[in-house]
Design a protein. Sequence first.
Length: 601
Amino acid sequence: MDGEAKLYYFQSLVQLQYKEIEISYPSASETEYNFTRHLATTPGLVPDDVWIQVMAPCREELIKKTVEAVRGLKKVIVHLHVSTSGCFRRIVFNKSEDQMVDLAVRCTRLLRALTKDSQDPELRQTEWIYEFTPENFQDTSSEYAVRICEAAKTAWEPNEKDKIIFNLTSTVEAAMPNVFADQVELFRGKITEPEKVCISVHNHNDRGCAVATAEMAQLAGADRVEGCLFGNGERTGNVDLVTLALNLFTQGIDPGINFGDINSMVKMVEELTKIPVHQRAPYAGKYTFCTFTGTHQDAIRKGYRQRHRELKPDEILKWEMPYLPMDPEDLGRKHEAVIRVNSQSGKSGIGWLVQQEYGIHLPQGLELDFTRVVQDHATTTGLEVTPSMIRDKFEKNYMLSDDCGGRLLDYVFVDKERHSLCQNDTAHELANRSATEIYPSDQKDMIPVASNENHVTNGIPEKSKTNNPAKPKGESSYSQASLQVTIMMDKVQHVVQGTGHDLITMAAAAVKDLGFDFEVVEHSTQSCGAKADHRNNNVSFFHLTSGGASSSWGVGIHEDPVKACVNAVSIRRPFLALIIEANVSPQILKAGWSLKIRSHA
């Protein structure tokens, strides 16, 4: 990364609430050195509570350049490292154990002379912490690791306030996590003056166990972990600090890091490193909280329903959800993306997507019917089913199109004596009238016909208590009220008039009178959820059959419950849309009608 990219990365880490950030290897290149100087000389870039960490090898001239790079910073951790394993000592450095100890002591004393004991007033204003790494600790005998660290500690002279950091590494992961944890525990038990020591671990992922190794090392006594976001680093990478921190979070330990918008974090890291985060990476991957399998989807859907029932206002409910170890919203992830649909998905997953798109719960029969539609499409295309495809298939198969061919010209309500109850009112004016304007007070509590179906109220299905049509509580002339509607359809004017028990009866009688025949098998209604484009809308579901052979479902969604009902019925025969524009007051419909139609050329 260039300096501009490194600055953006650094500022992102600060926003995530990291308090110790290794920013550079200043002696490695001019880019590294110049970036360090930019942070040191630009006021306000480094918060007062953030420690800047820089790294250097045990070489005198490079240590001096590193200290000059951080001149002016308030809090600095200088990280020196020497390799202590037999392999590296012999092959890379050609030094004995004693020679490596002498090198570590000389470099530590030099660093102290340049920092804590410096005569330079500017350098003495900085708070200094020393970090020493016996590199390749995983391949170093515990006795030698303790010996070289004791020598460095004596040369630095730490205290309980400014502890020395011993960074124990699995530079190349070579054993199971429990083995490294045993090494950490052994080191901690042997190092003297533990109150002046902070034990850090630095785990690589060569065996794919870096997170587990770091976790077990913490259990063994490590105080600190070094790593990278999403496991970036040499070869297979360093320990993934995101996974490590969120593993702690799910166990009730607050890591102190802000992961409230993990998608933005992923985007930032991918853009700057040019390395994509794996789609199935823990917590951050695209598919982390997604499931395609029907049984998983069914369990998750039931979990959300149970949580919705148990959740009370102003109450924090314990997260308990099948297959989801934590609430996606804690990471800024959306619940809508939890369930993904392909040809292997069952009705629960498809029903979930409909619920997310429209805020409605499908009746079981419709859910099964639509599942077949979606699975056929997914099998044919071989693609994942998207929310937009769900919407398209649902509306084409079950909802009336905008171009229904009918237009309302006029309508009027009349009683059995042919007296007009209200005439030429607009739909909204009529819908806003109170029940007492149309019915006497004893008629206001009438309920619609009860079919043999599951009624749904506010998304909660309940069995109808009766299969018999409901009757008005009292008799009056208004129970025989009729509706006259004048509409224009296909350039032909039609006058519709009818009486009956409810809109369903009315529509069925009208169609039969015109030579068509169908029966209402199932009917239910509910209110939409809080979807932006359907808020406060009513939904009607109709299952219709014709001649005992073919059957179909219809769905109507509209802010007016009557319009929603008629839209749903009209999917069976598009000409029934002639009533769609009649926004009839729900109180009037409770009287119930049967309907007859006359046509006039």
